[in-house]
Design a protein around this ligand. Sequence first.
Ligand code: SAH
Length: 420
Amino acid sequence: MASHKAPLSSSVKLSPRGAARLKSGHVWVYRSDILSADGIPPGALVTVTDPRGKPLGTALYSSSSQIAIRLVSHEPVSDFLPLLRQRIADAIAYREIVVRDSNAYRLIFSEADGLPGLIVDRYNDIVSVQILTQAMDANPVRETVICQIKDLVNPAASVSATVGPASIGPASIVERVDPRVRELETLPPRASGLLYGNKSATIFQMNGVQFHYDALEGQKTGAFLDQRENYSAAAQYAHGEALDVFCYQGGFALHLAPRCSQMTGVDSSRPALEVADQNAGLNRTLIERGLKRNEIEWIEANAFDLLKDYAAANRRYDTIVLDPPAFAKTKRDLDSALRGYKELNLRALKMLRPGGILVTCSCSYHVDQASFLGMLSEAALDARRILRLVEVRGQAKDHPILLNVPETAYLKCIIAHVTN
Ligand code: SAH
């Protein structure tokens, strides 16, 4: 049973390398850098010390994850719950500063909000919670999270919320469970479901575009909220005939369609395309501002095969979006991931007309911005196209990046203009 009050004896001694890591501003220490953690229960709040026993701060301990230590404070903390309450309030206040024109955004992003192992997203009046560590799974922690969300999240007060109810507090809170994460943390299995209220589907809006959300269906937590600001950035330059490759439920396609004469979305997932089509229905008036044929075409296909066929058939586009799933899940996949990105980008560049716009993304943390730009420059050389970088972008601001924790920066979104 996790303990949220730290007895003085709950201390974990780190190796010199582990201590140096915390001193460099990182918040994780791997199991191999722990000298002693005898008798510490799973999920406990612990004091971490250097090899000589000098305290370095307070952390949450995992008895099974490779990341054994996740620092929560440089100060001594005797009770986690008040700190948890404060951090949740701070996270919500931060979103009030950085989120505009959306009632869907990430409220709490784990380490980036000082709450390792906790992810909370808001979709209009439904709040979705993901618990990823032993410490965050403990009952008192869960109860505190639910209470704070009920008290502090106010759908009616959101910036330009057009579809929020007039009541205070979310209509419901759902938990999304990743069974693999629970297994890795040696936590008992648990089903996804409602933690509070009984509404599990709603409509949310971002940048004036509406989307269906079903809390208990779909991939990830329902939508790729980290692309929210990139959608409106890309929409500024989109034009002509457009292709949204790896379109999922239509995030880019729906934002770009009002600026384009034709839009095709491609994905290998039929359920995702069905939602994309329903989303197009919600935004019909908006979409008809652009498209000549008044409809987005959705194609179920393997993107690699489709791009190959279209390139061979000399198809041409004015705007292409590439937003594939993470190709590099670990550092070892880096080379093959870069080959995959290059193949996609090369084909897209060959199909873009002069004056065309490429929007190309990678959500693999292991492919850093420099390698991604390196891949793109090779693809441009091979395709014999000259590219201008219009915007070099990352994840939306509600997915904060901690300067000294590189893992918190993972999304790249490059918008480029083909000049020849
Ligand atoms: N652009 C989307 C997010 C894309 S997520 C948005 O902004 O909402 C990646 C998508 O790639 C998923 O929908 C997944 O179904 C799709 N996918 C994965 N492998 C694929 C493949 N080989 N061909 C086509 N789609 C694929």
